[in-house]
Design a binder for this molecule. Structure first.
Ligand code: ATP
Ligand code: MG
Length: 565
């Protein structure tokens, strides 16, 4: 067994017993199965997204949660690479990386559907010999027209009653490359009168003269998904084949293939609802278009919902697993609030990362009564709620940067930060009072002159406002990318131009950070106190000159007050 121990960081808290876990538990209890074998079967035609994470989490968690007796329980990672035209090796590598990054191990259980091309072919020959499949030369238009409707049965093709020997010969010609693309298909002979259109003699094989990324030109006939998938599952001894709801109406065909082909095992297909998220467009097809049209900079643009993008954006994999655990499994389609993912990210990061000072939009403060040239080291907690994260020394001097938002020239009563004549506390340091507002020729506030209360280091007047700051002489200017939702509507998928958020990326070039932040290595995360969680971008940062991505913001109580007005 390659999966002897739980994947690192898999939530210790078990998911509740949803309908799939109930089936699995029952199958083990009744002795129907002695182990649980699942599979995650992506088609390598794009990068995985957060929706796939739901499926990965489910498929890889089940064998860990229900190891059974035989100790063979595991999850297979299988490339569903039966479609030669659209698939690329780049995607295969990214899929492996993403699954591992999420914290799951497939060990030796990595498979390709293309490994079973011979087996699919044998099964097709078996069906033809049994009179259960035939080669149909109707055009695709004829086939569509003859398929019938929900109220009318289908009409038989004139090739439907061809003899097995004739079909075998024609199928051999298909395979030998005697026919061009689309010339004919192999169809199952099931039931043209079925109320389920999937059973009206579905296509099993089609002709595609194209290069396949792993089998090259060895084949020019390729199996259809509904035919290949059950055979792949059976070949691998999968016990529970978990897929999304749109395959529910395909299940009778799945079962037909299993019943009628010489398979070594009988897997069971069970469907669950896809993950859909507000303000998020999923599906590789859509995401590929955004990449190709240059709407985003690539599959890993931090505004994308791909796992590669979320990794680059700075989301910890544990937060994504916890999100998947919390959303659970149902049988009905619904949209999950993207806010739940944000919450899981905040909760996870709050446990592990330090809080430092960074000023996104700096405003200069000069402390008029600060002793000239004095630098004082201020001890600051890395997270006051988690003393185990320790403390650091932050240099303080007579010239500081504070956040522009932390000053208002004419503040309303509920604004507890700085204004003319008002006093605030500099986090961990002193109280300051604004005595003068210096403006430039355009009337913009350029600088504040303040006085500090030397007695307030460990006491002083109790003030409501506490703000963050950095010493100007010790600060480093860093670029910061503020990412926001890519879409302005809850259910994107309509007019891209209208629905895209023009403010999904704001780049600040002159944010000022304290020395601890300037020293962060690429890939390191922290909280900028009061602002949000940030990561030093792993691609673009260099040691000593980090470039930050905002992972997720914090809740801003002022924003709430402002919104109420
Ligand atoms: P996409 O539309 O993004 O291409 P897909 O279903 O075509 O998705 P596959 O590569 O075939 O992508 O998917 C691999 C597995 O991931 C399948 O079992 C599929 O059901 C599952 N999956 C895809 N999207 C979601 C989603 N949004 N929520 C849950 N599972 C999903
Ligand atoms: Mg697909």
């Amino acid at each position: 067994m390659s999966q002897s121990s739980p994947a690192p960081g898999v939530p210790t808290e078990k998911p509740s017993l949803d309908f799939i876990r109930q089936i699995v538990a029952d199958d083990l209890a009744s002795g129907k199965h002695s182990c649980v074998i699942t599979r995650f079967p992506p088609e390598p035609n794009g990068y995985l997204h957060i929706g796939h994470a739901k499926s990965i989490y489910l498929n890889f968690s089940l064998p860990l949660e229900f190891p059974g007796e035989a100790a063979d329980s595991c999850c297979h990672l299988r490339m569903d690479d039966t479609n030669p035209a659209k698939e690329e090796v780049e995607y295969v590598e990214s899929i492996k990386e993403d699954v591992q990054w999420l914290g799951f191990e497939y060990g030796s259980h990595f498979y390709n559907a293309s490994d079973y091309f011979e087996f699919f072919h044998e099964c097709a020959v078996h069906l033809i010999k049994a009179g259960k499949a035939y080669v149909d030369f109707q055009t695709s238009d004829e086939m569509r027209a003859n398929r019938g409707t929900l109220t009318e049965p289908g009409r038989p093709s004139r090739w439907r009653e061809a003899l097995p020997e004739e079909n075998l010969a024609e199928f051999a010609k298909m395979r030998a490359g005697d026919y061009p693309d689309g010339h004919c298909v192999l169809r199952a002979k099931i039931d043209l009168g079925s109320a389920n259109l999937n059973l009206r003699d579905p296509a099993l094989y089609r002709i595609v003269h194209a290069e396949h990324h792993s089998t090259g030109r060895a084949w020019c006939i390729y199996p259809m998904y509904d035919y290949a998938h059950p055979l792949e599952d059976a070949k691998e001894g999968v016990t529970h084949s978990l897929c999304t709801l749109e395959f529910e109406a395909h299940r009778p065909l799945y079962d037909w293939v299993i019943e009628n082909c010489p398979v070594p095992a009988k897997p069971r297909q069970i469907e669950f609802a896809k993950l859909q998220l507000t303000f998020t467009l999923l599906s590789k097809r859509n995401l590929r278009r955004l990449v190709e049209d240059g709407v985003v900079t690539g599959w890993d643009d931090p505004r994308m919902p791909t796992l590669a993008a979320l990794r680059r954006r700075g989301l910890p994999p544990a937060a994504i697993r916890e999100f998947c655990r919390q959303i659970g499994l149902t049988k009905f389609n619904a949209r999950t609030d993207i806010g739940l993912l944000d919450k899981c990210v905040r909760d996870e990061l709050n446990k592990s990362v330090p809080r430092y000072f960074g000023v996104l939009r700096p405003l200069k403060v000069t402390i008029a009564n600060w002793p000239a040239g004095q630098v004082e080291m201020i001890e600051a907690a890395n997270n006051p709620e988690r003393p185990e994260l320790g403390t650091r020394q932050v240099p303080m001097s007579g010239e500081l940067w504070i956040e522009q938002d932390d000053f208002m020239e004419d503040p309303p009563k509920e604004f507890f930060r700085l204004g003319p004549g008002r006093e605030v506390r500099l986090r961990y340091a002193y109280n300051i009072t604004c005595t003068e507002v210096v403006k430039d020729a355009d009337g913009c506030v350029r600088e504040l002159v303040c006085t500090y209360d030397p007695e307030s280091r460990h006491g002083g007047k109790k003030v409501k406002g506490i703000i963050h700051w950095v010493s100007a002489a010790h600060a480093q200017a860093v670029p910061v990318r503020l990412y926001d939702r890519l879409w302005t509507v809850e259910e994107p998928g309509g007019d891209v131009e209208k629905e895209l958020n023009p403010l999904s990326l704001e780049v600040l070039s002159d944010s000022q950070v304290e020395p601890a932040v300037a020293a962060m290595e690429p890939g390191e995360r922290c909280q900028f106190e009061r602002l949000g969680y940030f990561i030093a971008d792993a691609h673009d940062s260099r040691s000593g000159s980090p470039i930050f991505n905002r992972i997720v913001g914090l809740k801003d109580s002022w924003a709430k007050v402002a919104a109420k007005k």
